[in-house]
Design a protein around this ligand. Structure first.
Ligand code: DLL
Length: 437
């Protein structure tokens, strides 16, 4: 049932005592070895000895991605963040840099070992077992997820098809020829492969796949997307979450599919108000802030992920005691769309689109300002059958209004007009003039 029963089912009090002890040690260590943290803590007047346990964590300042970029730009390499001697360095993992200069992070030999171990634990919780054949379509190389899953698969005794995030036709061929039982990719890429299978007239039940684990973007926990993935590939679909600065896989859904389970022995998770930075009550939405409790290379202390989620600490039905984020990552703080006074996340639009069988899985949300200065939000969707536009438009309009509490403009286009991706989709097109800052 469990990969590491002692850690996974540890009584909450003991787990928090372990986190406390690791936090105190980590804060002392980063202050001693990292000029970046020493300066930061000195600026707010916090000394390592002030941090005696979890109750003191809020005294520490947040770390933001912008701040890491600035430090690395000014000082080069890790920007004073590296806390280990070069002899212990093993892997360099820059962030993808889609929103600006990449941030460099470092894994030491012990970090690689810890990542392998807790990723293996997460895969096990999704039902992956020795003897499984894993087709890994997470990107290999600098991106963090491909290698972490690869290492974990080896640790579990699985056979890996290390294809990475490319070659959609080959992915489908490999499904047929090597009959993998487990598949990893972004949800967008998996849906693209489902389309390819459907073009071949192949249904999910004809494949050998049993488990799909999807991350890098929201999707697996969006009900309609999960249904399409499960039916299209004949699998149980699970969510898995990570980010470059923290690591590939800090959290994943278990077989109960009841939210992302964190690996709390290695990561301290806080949820804070996006405006004030104050902790929100348990179960409420806010920005996820993560502290590395065991990372050696480039540890993050109170890293502001900008991802929005909730945290509950009651044990899961699976018996694991580590806290969960029900519903997964709801969106990014900077992705929230405010339209006609109503707030919503792109994933809510995704859920509507994928619940309507007459349109494809691909869509765009276009934000623009009309000549009279009014905001316009348009959903662009692909109809599967020409001639059905009027009925589809009516259904879509009604469902969107019901789900979001506001109506969107609708533009219907022909199937395959919108680009598909092997990586992460960019579905929000913001064409509004940028305000000068
Ligand atoms: O996406 C690492 C990763 C890939 C983890 C695949 C797990 C599986 P980055 O490229 O740095 O790293 O992007 C991180 O992607 O802050 C979230 O906004 C988003 N994200 C990643 N996984 C999920 C998920 C990898 N399961 C950023 N649900 C994060 C929702 C996700 N958003």
């Amino acid at each position: 049932m469990y990969y590491d029963p002692e850690i996974e089912t540890m009584e909450r009090g003991r787990l928090e005592a372990l986190q406390s002890e690791r936090l105190v040690r980590q804060v002392e260590r980063v202050y001693r070895t990292s000029p970046f943290y020493r300066k930061k803590f000195d600026e707010v007047g916090v000394k390592p000895e002030d941090i005696k346990g979890l109750e003191d964590v809020a005294r520490l300042p947040f770390v933001t991605k912008d701040e890491l970029r600035q430090a690395q730009e000014a000082e080069g390499r890790f920007g004073g963040l590296a806390c280990a001697e070069p002899a212990a360095w093993r892997e360099l993992h820059p962030s993808s840099g889609t929103t600006g200069r990449s941030v460099y992070t470092l894994w030491t030999a012990r970090d690689v070992e810890a990542i392998t171990d807790f990723t293996a634990r997460l895969l096990w919780s999704q039902g992956v077992r020795p003897g499984d054949t894993i087709q890994n379509a997470f990107s290999y190389g600098l991106w963090v997820a491909g290698l972490a899953v690869h290492y974990a698969a080896g640790r579990l005794g699985c056979f890996v098809v290390p294809i990475g995030a490319t070659q959609s036709a080959r992915q489908v061929d490999l499904f047929h020829e090597w009959r993998p039982t487990v598949f990893f990719s972004t949800p967008s890429f998996a849906l693209y492969l489902v389309e390819k299978l459907q073009e071949q007239g192949v249904s999910g039940s004809e494949l050998a796949l049993r488990i799909g684990s999807f991350g890098g973007e929201a999707g697996a926990e969006v009900a309609a997307t999960r249904r399409r993935l499960e039916e299209g590939l004949g699998i149980d679909a699970y969510d898995i979450y990570g980010l470059a600065e923290i690591g590939p896989t800090m959290a994943a859904e278990c077989q109960c599919k009841d939210g992302l389970h964190w690996t709390e022995d290695h990561h301290l998770i806080e949820v804070v108000d996006r405006n004030t930075g104050e902790p929100v009550p348990e179960g409420e939405e806010g920005v996820i802030v993560i502290t590395h409790l065991t990372r050696e290379g480039t540890p993050m202390i109170r890293y502001w992920t900008n991802d929005i989620g909730r945290l509950v600490k009651e044990p899961c039905r699976c018996g694991r005691t580590h806290a969960r984020s029900p519903g997964g990552i709801l969106g990014r703080a900077d992705d929230i769309i405010i339209y006609k006074g109503v707030n919503f996340y792109p994933s809510q639009v995704e859920d509507v689109v994928r619940s309507i069988p007459e349109i494809s899985d691909e869509f765009r949300i276009r934000l623009e300002v009309n000549p009279y200065g009014r905001d316009i939000c348009t959903l662009v969707a692909e109809v599967l059958q020409a001639g059905s536009e009027a009925a589809v438009r009516q259904k879509l309009a009604a469902r969107l209004r019901e789900a979001l509490g506001v109506g969107l403009e609708i533009e219907l286009v022909a199937l395959n007009s919108l680009e598909r991706t092997a990586f992460k989709a960019r579905r929000v097109l913001d064409m509004r003039p940028k305000l000068a800052s």
